[in-house]
Write a protein that binds this ligand. Sequence first.
Ligand code: BEZ
Length: 235
Amino acid sequence: MEQVVSMPRIGEKAPEFKAVTTQGNIDFPKQYEGSWVILFSHPADFTPVCTSEFMTFAAMEDKFEEAGCKLVGLSVDGLYSHIAWLRTIKEKIEYRGMKNIEVKFPLIEDITMEVAKKYGMIQPGESNTKAVRAVFIIDPKGVIRTIIYYPLSLGRNFDELYRALIALKTSDEFGVATPADWRPGDDVIISPAGSCSTAQNRMEGKEEGLECKDWFFCTKKIAKEDILGKVLKKK
Ligand code: BEZ
């Protein structure tokens, strides 16, 4: 019989679950209400790509925290495997200048694959027994805002996850969209003209502060300091 795989969608509430983690029990996403959270899966403990990813994410945890975002990992391994792997990472692994890295965020045990299946992390064409590298960026209301899936062999770019988080927060705070490869300080995109008169005004340069490449493609400047002042926590 063909297996039914449920796939959460952008704009929907994050599926709820309770689980055991390396930091105690978790009630997801309820316990993260009011905060951004990134839920991500990895294929297996004690594997090299996953180890490089965990070290990288753990080394960036304070940066995500400053942006008001918590991290939660998951694999279909058991709790004791998780604990042993995180201890090995801290005690033995040195990688790209990172060493003595302590993974402080929770790592969910999911031997039954209950959570992994709810989140479409088991993709049988890739593996029946391991989660793919999934990333869910979830907002303070528990709504999924971004989903990224990578295969087993491909390590993720964590700078891109941080960039996506900051871009989502910027969209929410300033009511704008962000263009390709956007970074704070680059021009942002405003909503396309919704009427002929707005289109005309924009093309005639009557809307102050806008630069229009055409009636449907207008940008404006927001200073990097203004963006970071809004989307990062005050130190
Ligand atoms: C790894 O993390 O190295 C890995 C895990 C599963 C399959 C292939 C690579």
